[in-house]
Design a protein around this ligand. Structure first.
Ligand code: ATP
Ligand code: ZN
Length: 297
């Protein structure tokens, strides 16, 4: 097969991950011409195209080399890795992406007094994640029946086809509606950038490296704030001590006020009103918290 000089990224065609994934790619400078069948989108700025597919198909498409990268839940990626078989190309989680957060959890009927995994021995657990559940049970030496269902796992206990379930939970609303409660967490999940463990050694590999750098910038920026303030020199130590995380601040002189300094600091997360008030008490004035638009280290 002729090596491709364009990169392909697979993502969910329509679902929870679609909008945030497109937004993230856009922030990385990738825009796409929407094609009519909407399975394939041609990339306009960079030589990077999109495949719009069902999320469950994404790891397989990467493993087969149909695409190089994919945006998919860690739950789907890890399930694939556990069930794909030894001849399948090994996949890697290249970056966590910070959206699509949920947990893969064991949930039990309200009246089940769950305290530890051993109580699941001899019970039937319904799930769409037999690989992850099987591995979790094995690690704990629990011998339980795994009932694999493609969907509507949460109604299995009511139907009498299972004693417990293992399913994705976000708010827990679906569980409550089915008289279930979350009993144990198998996996903390979020959307991730998945790729082959061995990156292609041609231009596509370079393109992936470039994308990863942009992605790191975008992810860092998303959480960063720039804090600007003025402080008298004598209060500098006290003010600096209160700054929320991040690298050393930059100090600038203030024209005509030799005892004053202008301080600029990059903060790793939100800066709260409470923190600002504390910094002000230490002597700072004229404080601004600004969002960061782009960052390239
Ligand atoms: P597809 O048609 O692509 O197969 P789907 O129904 O499997 O869609 P969604 O429900 O859109 O997929 O979920 C996609 C991913 O979103 C999940 O695999 C998971 O990683 C994440 N997610 C976040 N919160 C939840 C939640 N409460 N329930 C299910 N998935 C969630
Ligand atoms: Zn799916």
């Amino acid at each position: 097969m002729k090596p491709r000089d364009r990169l392909r990224i697979a993502m969910q065609k329509s679902g929870r991950l679609t909008e945030p994934a497109l937004e993230l790619l856009k922030r990385c400078g990738l825009t796409f011409r929407q094609s009519r069948d909407k399975l394939f989108c041609f990339g306009e700025g960079e030589p990077v195209d999109l495949l719009l597919v069902r999320d469950d198909d994404i790891p397989g498409l990467i493993a087969q080399g149909v695409c190089e990268l994919g945006i998919v839940g860690r739950n789907v990626l890890n399930e694939f890795s556990l069930t794909a078989g030894p001849e399948s190309e090994p996949l890697a989680e290249l970056r966590p992406l910070g959206f699509g957060r949920c947990r893969l959890s064991i949930a039990v009927p309200q009246e089940f007094d769950y305290r530890e995994p051993a109580q699941l021995a001899g019970r039937r657990i319904a799930t769409s994640y037999p690989g992850l559940l099987g591995a979790w049970l094995r690690e704990r030496g629990v011998d339980a029946g795994v009932v694999t269902l493609a969907g509507s796992v949460e109604i299995a206990p009511k139907l009498g086809t299972a004693d417990a379930i293992c399913d994705l939970v976000q708010s827990g609303g679906t569980l409550v509606a089915n008289q279930l409660r979350e009993a144990d967490v198998l996996l903390e999940s979020e959307a991730v950038l998945a790729g082959p463990r061995n990156l292609p050694a041609d231009e596509r590999g370079d393109l992936i490296e470039l994308l990863l750098k942009r992605l790191d910038g975008v992810i860092q920026v998303r959480e960063s704030r720039l804090l600007l303030l003025q402080t008298p020199r004598h209060a500098l130590d006290a003010v600096t001590r209160l700054l929320p995380g991040g690298p050393q601040p930059t100090l600038l002189p203030v024209a005509g006020q030799p005892d004053q300094l202008m301080l600029q600091a990059l903060c790793a997360g939100e800066v709260s009103w409470r923190q600002l008030e504390e910094i002000k008490k230490a002597g700072a004035r004229e404080m601004f918290v600004l969002p960061v638009e782009k960052m390239l280290a």
